[in-house]
Design a binder for this molecule. Sequence first.
Ligand code: C2E
Ligand code: MG
Ligand code: MG
Ligand code: MG
Length: 293
Amino acid sequence: TVKNDPKLHYAFYNESIRQKMIEENRIRDRIDSALEKGEFVVYLQPKVSLANGKISGAEALARWKLPDGRMLPPGEFIPIMEKNHVIGKLDKYIFEKICIWFQNRIKAGVLVEPVSINVSKLQFYNPDFVKEYREIKDKYNVPDGMLEIEFTETVAFENQKYMLKIVSELHENGFGCSLDDFGSGYSSLGMLKDLQIDVLKLDAMFFRNSSGNIEKEKLIVRSIINMVRRLNIRVVAEGIETQEQVEFLKEAGCDLVQGFIYYKPMPVKEFEKLIDVRTEAVRENIYPKNLNT
Ligand code: C2E
Ligand code: MG
Ligand code: MG
Ligand code: MG
C-alpha cells in the first residue's frame, strides 16, 4: 500500500524534520530581541508545607510571552536555547527579575517567601556563576536565605567534585541549593552523602506508578524520604496531582509538595495576592483590633 511505501515515509520524515528546523531557527533568531524586549516572564509555583498546609516558598519558572499573547512553556524554547548556548542569559534574566521582586516587596514592607530558581548546565560551568549571582543579589539587597538555586540531578552528578565546590560557594554567599528532578536520571542515593545540599526535589516520575506495583513503589519513595531527611535534607515532591498522593507523602514524612493539586505556576501578581492575605493576618496579630479598647 501507499502507506507502507518506504520512499513516502522518507519524504514525510524529511518534511517534519525540515519544519522542526525552520521553527527552531525562528525561535533562535528571536531570543536576543525577546530578552531585550522583556518578552520572558516569571511564573511562580507555590510549594505547600505538609506539616501545616501553608505556602512555604515558590519556584520561579520561565514563560515566553509572544507578541500575539501566547505563553510558550519552557519545553518549547529551553532545549533550543541550550543547543545554542544562550540559556545562561535566560537563567540570569529570570534570577534578576526575582531579585527585583524581593527588593520591591521588602521596600513596600510586605511579606516575602523564599524562591528557588533553575540554573542550566551552562551557568553551572560558568566559572563566575556564583560571583555574578552574588553581585545581582547584593545589587537588590536580597537577604541571605531567600534564594535557592536548583540544579538538575544530571548536571549535579556529572562532575561531583565540581558540584561540591559550587554548593559550598553558594552557601558562603547566602544561597540555598537544591537538587532538581531527582530520580529521573541515573544517580544513586549514595551520591547524596557528600553533597551538602539543602533540598531534594523528587521527580514527578516517582508518582506516576509506572511499574504497576504500587506497594513496591511506595516502599521505595518512603525509604528515599527517610534517608534523605536523616541527612538533614528537606524533601519536595514535584508533580503531585491527587489527594491520595498527598496523604501518602504526609505519612512518608515529605516536607513540601509542589503540584497542581495545590497550585499551578501563576503570574507573580497572583502569587502576591496569595501571600498578601498572610501579610494582613500578620498585621492583625501585631496590632490586635481590640488594642485600644
Ligand atoms: P522543573 O524545574 O522540574 O519544574 C517543574 C515543572 O513541573 C514545571 O514545568 C511545572 O509547571 C511542572 N509541574 C509542577 N507541578 C505539576 C503537576 O502537578 N503536574 C504536571 N503535569 N506538571 C507539574 P514547566 O514550568 O513547564 O518547566 C519545565 C522545566 O523547564 C522545568 O522543570 C525546568 O527544568 C525548566 N525551566 C523553567 N524555567 C527555567 C529557567 O529559568 N531556567 C532553566 N535553566 N530552566 C528552566
Ligand atoms: Mg526546578
Ligand atoms: Mg523538577
Ligand atoms: Mg522536571
